[in-house]
Every structure is written in structure tokens, then in C-alpha cells.
Design a protein around this ligand. Structure first.
Ligand SMILES: [Fe+2]
Length: 204
């Protein structure tokens, strides 16, 4: 959706309605369906099957940018539906920040899941993320939220617009672990895509 960025040095407020999953005003509002995450879900047969039949909504995201003459903070809100593709829980695409020095804070306001953080080298963390949990995501960690609950998971994010979003390199490397529903329990499974990615980068 087109950005409607305005510069204002005056204080401004945003209303977050957790019940209805709305954030107003917002500069962007996007919806991500299973087809938008076709590269991210591990079970390709199940993914194609789901897209052909229904292509359900996985998550909605709102952003609002606070641009002043001197800085550019932004607020986000994401609402992830409950569900799976194959046995893999619904999740956000996952991204890195374009700028190496940019952190972010995620604050969960409803639902239950995990926040995955992966430096794409040797550190991977899957921290429990449920209503009331705030997590600082350090710079240079790819981040993704997974909804492992039966209800929608809603979280608020605070970041700088200058951070930028990089999706493609994260999609290619994959997160180190997948979060799968195994007999009703969220279970971390090593991601075969990561092993392939490491092999391809050491061969080249
Ligand atoms: Fe981010």
C-alpha cells in the first residue's frame, strides 16, 4: 500500500484497538495470505494445496510513521491468525533490518506464541511471547513471530523507519528452526533449508 508519510514536529497519537485489530491512523495496512509466504512455509505440497483451495489470511499489519525533521520512529501492529500449513504454525514472513545498527521492541498484547530471533550465524532464540511480554530485538537479528495458540496473536512494534526491511536473504537462509505442531505441542525442528543454505554458501 502506498505510504502517506507526513513530516510533523508536533506530538501525535495513535489509537490501537486490540479487540477489533485496528490501528488508526496508519500509513500502511497490508494483508499477508498463505501465497505471500509460499517461500517461507516448509511443506511445499501443503502450501500449494492450501493456496489452490482457499489461500487464507495469515496476518494483517499496520504501520504508522512519526516523521519529524530530526528522527523517524514508527509504530506497528500485527495480528496473526491461528492456524497451520501442513504442521507448521502461522507466522510472519520474518525479516532483518537493512541498517546494521537498528534494534526493535515487540510487545505482545494478546494471544500466545514464540518470537524467533536468529543472527543467521550461530545464535538462535525462540522466546515465549504472550500477552504482556515485551522483547528487545538487538540489531542484526532476523525476527519472526509464530502463533502457536488457538486464538489470534496481536503484537505492537516500535522501530525507526530508517531501519528498513530485508525479506529475501532471510527467506533464502530460513530460520534455524521451524515451529511445528507435533501431537498438539509446539515443537522446534531443525530447518533443513538452513543446512542447504550453509552448504551452498561454503561451496561458493
Ligand atoms: Fe523489524
Amino acid at each position: 500500500m502506498e505510504q502517506k508519510l507526513m513530516i510533523t514536529n508536533k506530538p501525535t497519537s495513535v489509537q490501537i484497538n486490540i479487540q477489533d485489530g485496528q490501528m488508526l491512523p496508519n500509513t500502511t495496512h497490508d494483508r499477508r495470505f498463505v501465497s505471500h509466504l509460499a517461500e517461507q512455509f516448509s511443506d511445499q505440497l501443503a502450501t500449494q494445496d492450501v493456496i489452490k483451495n482457499e489461500d487464507p489470511l495469515v496476518y494483517e499489519l499496520f504501520h504508522h510513521a512519526f516523521i519529524t525533521d530530526q528522527t523517524d520512529m514508527a509504530l506497528g501492529m500485527s495480528v496473526i491468525a491461528a492456524g497451520t500449513v501442513g504442521n507448521e504454525y502461522y507466522m510472519t514472513k520474518g525479516h532483518l533490518h537493512e541498517s546494521d545498527d537498528q534494534p526493535e521492541v515487540y510487545y505482545c498484547v494478546g494471544g500466545k506464541g514464540l518470537l524467533l530471533m536468529d543472527d543467521l550465524k550461530d545464535d538462535f532464540q525462540a522466546l515465549p511471547f504472550s500477552a504482556g511480554t515485551a522483547i528487545h530485538i538487538p540489531p542484526q537479528y532476523a525476527h519472526r513471530v509464530v502463533n502457536t495458540g488457538a486464538e489470534k496473536l496481536t503484537f505492537v512494534s516500535v522501530f525507526h523507519v530508517a531501519a528498513g526491511h530485508v525479506y529475501q536473504s532471510v527467506a533464502e537462509a530460513g530460520f534455524a528452526y521451524l515451529v511445528m505442531d507435533i501431537d498438539g505441542e509446539p515443537t522446534l525442528i531443525p530447518n533443513p533449508k538452513r543446512a542447504q543454505f550453509l552448504n551452498s554458501t561454503t561451496e561458493n
